[in-house]
Design a protein around this ligand. Structure first.
Ligand SMILES: [Fe+2]
Ligand SMILES: [Fe+2]
Length: 288
């Protein structure tokens, strides 16, 4: 049986969290997902993550969380990042930066899955070489880990393509986050690595990258600073599903997904139906 992984693109604010809560359990059933990973660097008010929101996302059915350049916007996350193994910081941050540079998890499928992230270097804060950082992570992974997902948090498509080619044949997937805009270049590279420059944003799409259009526009036109409040309309969950051969770690399929609000309601109904089915089955069992 293949391993089926979903990477959810940058979750932005409350609208992003709400659609994750409505959709993920249904997606797990409908798409037969073994593991769900989400980038949550914008989950708290559009920037950073708090322990309460971390717990909310895990309760919604997310197995692991990756972070990006906004990882330390909320100080209260430092201790949790040190303690928890379901969340990772960029692996090309300094060694003493709070948090772990990779994690190995077991989802519904029995094989272990490694997850890590690095920041790109174009239009990003200065960080270590992501190519070398990725090599260091791979050297640290236990030998039995063949299924590996890398979230490459980068601005430039050239950075993304470099990483995809650098890791081709050595990881199962290199999927991008950070730009909040999905790219239509999903493919499987010659060595068997699934690749996409950016999986997109999970949040309000009537916006500028998740923020209110009027606020961003005002600052862009007048240079007067405004609060870039998270927008509220047209929430969508964007992400990419990768299917992987557990014996080789090679990808056998990749597909973009977009769940809008009405699709999320349908997915919530799928969960309700499956709960009802299980309840009926256990009650019938009791009567026998
Ligand atoms: Fe980012
Ligand atoms: Fe982001």
């Amino acid at each position: 049986m293949p391993v089926r992984l979903l990477l959810i693109g940058d979750i932005v604010g409350k609208p992003g969290r709400q659609i994750v809560t409505r959709a993920v359990r249904g997606l797990r059933i409908e798409e037969r997902l073994d593991l769900v990973v989400a980038n949550a660097e914008n989950a708290a008010g559009g920037s950073g993550l708090t322990p309460v929101i971390y717990a909310e996302l895990i309760a919604a059915g997310v197995d692991a969380i990756t972070m990006g350049d906004h990882v330390y916007r909320r100080r209260e996350i430092f201790a949790l990042m040190q303690r928890e193994r379901k969340i990772v910081r960029p692996a090309n941050y300094p060694q003493d930066a709070p948090g772990h540079s990779f994690t190995v998890l077991r989802g519904r499928h029995p094989v272990p899955v490694a997850v890590f992230t690095c920041l790109g270097r174009v239009f990003m804060p200065p960080v270590d070489c992501p190519l070398q950082a990725a090599d260091r992570v791979l050297a640290m992974l236990p030998a039995d880990v063949r299924v590996i997902l890398m979230d490459f948090h980068a601005e430039a498509t050239s950075d993304m393509q470099l990483m995809g080619r650098h890791l081709d044949g050595r990881v199962s997937a290199v999927l991008g986050t950070h730009t909040h805009v999905p790219t239509a270049d999903e493919c499987i590279l010659p060595g068997g690595t699934a690749f996409q420059c950016d999986v997109g944003m999970t949040g309000p799409h009537h916006s500028i990258l998740g923020r209110r259009i009027d606020r961003v526009m005002e600052t862009a036109r007048t240079f007067r600073p405004t609060h870039f409040e998270v927008a509220s309309q047209d929430a969508r969950l964007l992400g990419t599903i990768v299917e992987i051969d557990p014996n080789t770690g090679r990808a056998t399929g990749i597909r973009r997904i977009c769940v809008d609000e009405s699709a999320a309601d349908q997915l919530a109904a799928v969960v309700d139906a499956s709960v009802m089915q299980r309840k009926t089955r256990s009650e019938t069992g009791k009567n026998l």
